[in-house]
Write a new protein. Sequence first.
Length: 453
Amino acid sequence: MFFVARWGSAVYLSAFLVPLVVNAFNFTNTNPTQCDDLTIQWTGGQPPFNLLVIPPGQILRNITIPPAAFANNAGTFTTQLALAEHQRVLFALSDATGVTAGGTSALFDVGASISGAQCNTTSPTADFFFSTDNDLFQCQPFPFSQYPNAVQPVTIIGFIPQSPPLIFHPPIGDSFSWNPVNLTAGTSIAFYMTDSQGRNGGIANIEVIRLSNDQSCLTTASSSGNPLPTGTLQPDSTRVPSSHTPLVAGVVAGAAALILVLAFALFCVRRRRNQGPTEKRSSRKPIDPVYEHAGSPAPEGASYLMIPTQYTVTPLSEAETMSARSRKRQMMLEDRAENQSFPSDTSRIQSMTQYPPSTPGPSSQFGTSGHSILSGYSSMVATSPDSDPRSQYKPSPRLIIHTDIAESSAEPLELPPQYSEGRMPIPGMVTSEEPDTTLSQNSSSRPGKNFRS
């Protein structure tokens, strides 16, 4: 049954036939190798049998199987495969019930010869040619054209690996359109054309049906209870499903995984930037003015960080405080006794110059004694072997001890007034000879002594 539609000068035809969904019988074959024997085995079917060798891009070989190859409902047939290495090929087996009644094999690549046999692998020339220039798209038209040398009418067979074939019987004309291509995307198919005289038009290259936005032809065919039109096959596990749900789900899952990876990488980069300076600062060795290894010089190029430490003043014990006070009282008494001796200014100056500031002498007995006591105590604390080496470099404490005059046990010593010899008497004051004499004697014995040392 044919449906004819005219659109301008073009003629579009659609052919409808019930496909062979279930094979009448099945066959197996050995792996094809160049110029080696090919063996097929099958069970069932009705003789006569024919082996179809279908190499895409070449012509179809129709090999007749002798009746002796089939016995007891089983058959075995061996023939030399005259195909070159790397040539792609399909096999089909036909019987009295129809072409490809035994189904179509998988698509094979011819291997290298095992036996080393030689044969002519040149493909014979086709009797006529046809064209399939366009690509196959799901639910879109696909044209066959340029077969004017064929004797009308022609027959087109579409061989699908491991599936029943599609058979078209176009009306007389030089073009035909398969509209729509009602096969799912991803299906492979090779087209063969023959004319009314059985001449061979050759086999087109393998075509793969591509995906399109139109799926209406697949939905209508699958939901209808009527026989499916020609070119429509029941979907199996080897074909790509028509639903886009798995594809969309895969794209969404991949995008989500990519987003998670990018987010994690961004988090790691930010964390490294935030923690980088802290880790660098913490990894630096603190600077110590005193190298930790006592007695060893600091390594060359070493850098240290000055760490401030709290200085703790060690208070003097009560006994040490009382000892210092008693020494001070003793020195005050010695000083008072010295004042009574009234040494001359010249001898005092000589005594002061005899000892340089860096050397303690008798005139600085009070100042150096107290300082030496405290310095000795400080140095004793600083040079303790149990102390931290850094404590040896703490500055010596500067202590000033104030003593109340009431704590002194000695009574105040009252000294007579002293006058300078060159000092003029106050006008209007009455003087006597006796005081002057006393004054002169005192002045001559201690000239210039008008202050406490």
